[in-house]
Design a protein around this ligand. Structure first.
Ligand code: ADP
Ligand code: MG
Length: 292
């Protein structure tokens, strides 16, 4: 039988947009030592706008058209922003063949007979694309302003980059502050660059962050913390976060995120408000206190 107070808490929280999918996890969440947040779409809105397109040896519109044609095959929030921008600028998209998604790194494929690669420096390195130092300096400069930058290679040669801007959720400030005040360790993991990670972490007062974390490394990080005896909650929104949500003592999904994340989570924040992590911990404390 479900203790009455738990049943009450479940409906109380559901009315406030916090969905408890696993009651044991709800009872556990009061004891977590660390709360790990994904960055994009979790602490930030994950709604990207294009802020700059830099092209080398090809015109700006030509580059955007090729990249959008490839990204049209990807579900990633970055991909959607690029396609949207191309549409807004009246560009016709072309079909892509041999499309491949490289999780946490980017996408590759062929458009108009050209082999395209769009993504992180690691993806470029894996494909043997040389990046000039003055170009990388410009990329770092954009990232230091908090912009996510994706690199573009055409036929194995660096052809430019696209800078995208996201917005920190206004609710994230209070969420981080309150969790720290409760004595929880707050950690941010992201597949994005060191520069962007530092920008967001400093903005929010997150002391510990890791950048360029590949999806399987998020799981490893949680395993590492748990092996030290820490109880860990993971908060994420993406397909890439699903394994980490399952690995954590308590997996918490952002409601506006992907279905896969929601299905992998113990608790769902329907309103996509990171402050609800604080609320659910408090509610767990009160509820479990009453059961004892
Ligand atoms: P996060 O952990 O921030 O949610 P991801 O693991 O999904 O990010 O992606 C990490 C990085 O990989 C992105 O910042 C981006 O540089 C690159 N990337 C992923 N998917 C794409 C894509 N479809 N197009 C271009 N770059 C991508
Ligand atoms: Mg994310």
């Amino acid at each position: 039988a479900i203790p009455l107070v738990v049943a009450f808490s479940t409906s109380y929280s559901a009315k406030r947009g916090i969905l408890i999918r696993n009651r044991d996890a709800f009872e556990r969440v009061k004891d977590v030592d660390a709360v790990i947040f994904d960055k994009t779409g979790t602490l930030t809105e994950g709604k990207f706008g294009i802020s700059e397109v830099i092209s080398q040896d090809i015109d700006r519109r030509g580059l955007l058209r090729l990249v959008a044609s490839l990204e049209n095959n990807s579900e990633h929030v970055i991909a959607r922003a690029v396609v949207e921008e191309a549409m807004k600028e009246g560009l016709d998209l072309l079909p892509a063949t041999n499309f491949k998604a490289h999780p946490g790194r980017g996408v590759t494929g062929e458009v108009e007979g050209h082999y395209l690669a769009v993504g992180t420096p690691l993806l470029m390195e894996e494909l043997g694309v040389k990046l000039e130092s003055h170009f990388l300096r410009k990329v770092r400069e954009l990232e230091a302003q908090g912009k996510t930058v994706i690199l573009v290679a055409i036929d194995g040669k660096s052809a430019g980059c696209i800078a995208l801007s996201d917005r920190v959720r206004p609710e994230s400030y209070e969420a981080v502050r309150e969790l720290k005040a409760m004595g929880k360790r707050v950690i941010m993991l992201t597949g994005d660059s060191e520069e962007v990670a530092r920008y967001v972490a400093e903005e929010l007062g997150v002391d510990i962050f890791m950048a360029r974390v590949l999806p399987h490394q998020k799981v490893e990080k949680i395993r590492e913390l748990r092996s030290k005896g820490l109880k860990v909650a993971m908060v994420g929104d993406g397909v890439n976060d699903a394994p980490a949500l399952l690995e954590a003592d308590v997996g918490i999904a952002i409601g506006s995120g992907t279905q896969v994340a929601v299905e992998s989570a113990d608790i769902v924040l329907v309103k996509s408000d990171p402050r609800d992590v604080v609320r659910i911990i408090r509610l767990s404390r009160i509820t479990v206190g009453k059961m004892l």
